[in-house]
Design a protein around this ligand. Sequence first.
Ligand code: 7RM
Length: 635
Amino acid sequence: MSNYHIKHLEEYFQVYRKSVRNPEAFWEEVAEEHFVWLKKWDRVLDWDFTKPEIKWFEGAQLNITVNCIDRHRHIRGQKTAILFEPNDPNEEAEHITYNQLHERVCRMANVLKDKGIKKGDRVVIYLPMIPELAISVLACARIGAIHSVVFAGFSSTALATRINDCGAKMVLTSDGSYRGNKTIDLKAIVDEALNDCPDVETVLVAKRIDSKIKMKDGRDEWLQPLVDKAYADCVPEIMEAEDPLFILYTSGSTGKPKGMMHTTAGYMVYTAYTFKNVFQYREDDIYWCTADIGWITGHSYIVYGPLANGATTVMFEGVPSYPDFGRFWQIVEKHKINQFYTAPTAIRALAKENLDFVSKYDLSSLKVLGTVGEPINEEAWHWYNDHVGEKKSPIVDTWWQTETGGILISPIPFSTPTKPTYATLPMPGVQPALMDENGNEIKGNPADGRLCIKFPWPSIARTIWGNHQRYKDTYFSAFKNKYFTGDGALRDEVGYYRITGRVDDVIIVSGHNLGTAPIEDAINEHPAVAESAIVGFPHDVKGNALYGYVILKETGETRDRDNLRKEINQQISDKIGPIAKLNKIQFVPGLPKTRSGKIMRRILRKIASKDTSNLGDTSTLLNPEVVEQIMKEAL
Ligand code: 7RM
């Protein structure tokens, strides 16, 4: 039996039982056998959720880039580590081997050092999806600097807030970025942000779009000439297991963004382990995750997890709609992708388009399909399964968070039978619990409650940068001795989990708890509907009533609106029950989304309850124009 690579269901159950009976022995064995350490740990785990304090592999010394790069060189030095696919399909893809990655990371690391960056310093990275992004991340890790990647779609205000919160001395950026047939002037956004960031001493600029930009004397410099001059080898900094590796910001429901801090050893062990098992990665596979490295998904499952396994990981600079809606599938065919990992929002957008965009490509290389980021609705699941996976590639619906560092609940493909909309079973070492409103754990199946985790796993975030109290209040105060995820979940008869959405999405109508996801699924099954979101609004009798925002497919545009409303409610009534019928249905051109594709229900709730004087923090909003229009036409 192998703890590291699970190959069938019986093995999963055995490994899982073992991991729960003795988590320390379990993770110790994984850590011993699959990584290189300068010094082994004195203690596997030390934890106290009341403080909260969590330490994994204390006493151990390592460098994560040695595990992600150096150790692979003698066996796969010529293997492609990063396969870069540019925005423009006519620009040649770039294959960066493990040997080349080593050299480029070392050179960049030396550039950072020359500019005075030392272990523990924070470096903000605001780069598009070009190789320099992954290389910068790894260069920071090489010298023990703490990287904080800010997604390059964020505004200057959002960037400034993050730079100041983590106290970065340096920003890495580019002249600009490509997005479909447009370019974005990233450097101008950085300049704007830096008006409010007095502590930034150095800005290094990668050249991507060859635009004319302003360079501030004494602060800004082009990156490439420095890299060319730098020495091609860099001794890795010796890191303690619990030294910070990175800070990544995630938006809270209130207040400023939370800088989730992740540390070195536990994060490495857990992301590598879950990558191997969730994607069943084999030596010659080509793996592609379409996320941006600006999100946790990109950190854990484009950079660290894949590289720790010596994988070939694809970095895609572009968007799914350029030059047309077939781009994803064209890339799958071109690079013979074996594992493909994307978000439900992308699947839904592509499912709206003509099927020819999919069917004209050869997708036979695919073995595993993944989704992440939000609950995947039934329709999207089936479209993905039928048309992309051609019913032969299992779908892994992976549930996790920025805070969890790695995937916590997911099927293991070819082992766990999948079930549409269910993330299914916990990873080894993960102990979920469903809690009721009184703070008691709900035992037995089926169950419906708030999702908590009872025991630490190695990649849990250790704190919120600069605000440990907020970390405690947000995650460890709602339920005694448990990590609270903020999500609601169902557990079915066999113990499979279905994440029903953030708990603040739960709407209580006439005393019935209704999760948004199942109702939206019912609506989306109507043939004229492309996508929907429902929220609650105050109601005299019911306490709350339901307000639905519905995007129609092109074929639905010509239909009579009142008939459609009746049909949609009938559909809900049939699927869930009359209690879940909507009081109001507004047809909209789009839904307000964050830049990572999550629906901003807070805004929809405000519109539904006619409380639009202050929409709150909208800095992460992708499409403000949609909000304007929805407000204008609100019912
Ligand atoms: C990885 C990521 C976290 C929140 C989380 C959930 C939601 C993520 C799923 C999901 C249902 C999934 N990190 N979420 N994955 N909901 N099924 N497979 O997305 O920090 O940006 O978001 O996303 O609500 O709490 S995140």
